[in-house]
Write a protein that binds this ligand. Structure first.
Ligand SMILES: [Zn+2]
Length: 264
């Protein structure tokens, strides 16, 4: 059987037959792959312990007739780095769900992989406070900001970047308040809002902040000022737009929180 190496992040895993697991990996080289880890459910399995959700691994895979088989695994960054902080964990699970639901199998997206991997690292190690740089994104704001940026960038990588700086229909700049159309993928002004019956009201500040956040470099993220009310509004708009584009219902971090436990 031909074999190949891949570095990837475990998006999810599920039971396959009695002792095996079907593991979904998002790899840098080959995009999303579903592969079998034989015997991974046995307590003594070394493979199983290393293929935890959100772990970053280097794997050796054998090409199978229907599914590839994971034969060796080396952990690059384990999942426990995220589990210590429930907020960070829930937001990381959400980011993984977005990747899983939006990316087709075996479609290499190395830039998206790098962004996803970096976002998990940002969640695992919140920006340290510094005397010279005002850290506005602290506490719960940090995971929300990291994942909002990730979701907006993911939409861009998939060719679905929403238009947020001006009205989709007439090009008028966004005013103090505007409308967001999940169906049309962007902003409508007061005059053009009738083009979509499903528009959502949105403040101009939030829309401009979303536009800026999508293009904010990682090093500028700790100082990105997004007040709680705008964060909540942006989260709601992004969620509705993702669900429209991906045609799925997503478990938002808030929903996961209400279930009281990590969803994986
Ligand atoms: Zn307009």
């Amino acid at each position: 059987m031909p074999v190949y190496k891949a570095e990837g992040i475990v998006l999810r895993r599920r039971t396959l037959r009695e002792a095996d697991r079907l593991v979904t990996l998002f790899t840098r080289e080959r995009g999303k792959i579903a592969a079998v880890a034989r015997g991974a459910r046995k307590p003594t399995s070394r493979l199983g312990g290393r293929l935890e959700p959100l772990a970053r691994v280097r794997a050796l895979l054998a090409v199978g007739r229907t599914l590839d088989v994971i034969t060796q695994v080396e952990v690059v960054a384990g999942a426990p780095r995220l589990r210590g902080d429930l907020q960070a964990w829930m937001h990381a699970v959400y980011a993984a769900e977005l990747v899983d639901r939006s990316v087709g199998e075996r479609e290499p997206l190395p830039d998206l992989f790098d962004l996803f991997a970096r976002s998990l690292e940002l969640l695992a190690a919140p920006a340290p406070a510094s005397a010279s740089v005002p850290i506005t994104a602290s506490g719960d704001a940090w995971p929300q900001l990291v994942v909002l940026r990730f979701a907006l960038s993911l939409l861009g990588h998939l060719g679905y970047a929403p238009r947020l700086d001006a009205c989709l229909a007439c090009g008028r700049a966004v005013a103090a308040s505007g409308w967001f159309s999940p169906a049309l993928g962007g902003v409508l002004c007061g005059r053009c809002r009738t083009q979509d019956a499903g528009v959502l009201p949105a403040s101009g500040l939030t829309l401009r902040a979303m536009d800026a956040l999508a293009h904010t470099a990682e090093e500028d993220l700790p100082a990105f000022d997004l007040p709680a009310a705008q964060r909540a509004e942006a989260g709601h708009l992004v969620q509705r737009y993702l669900e429209e584009r991906l045609e799925v219902r997503l478990r938002s971090p808030l929903v996961i929180a209400s279930l009281g436990s990590p969803a994986l």
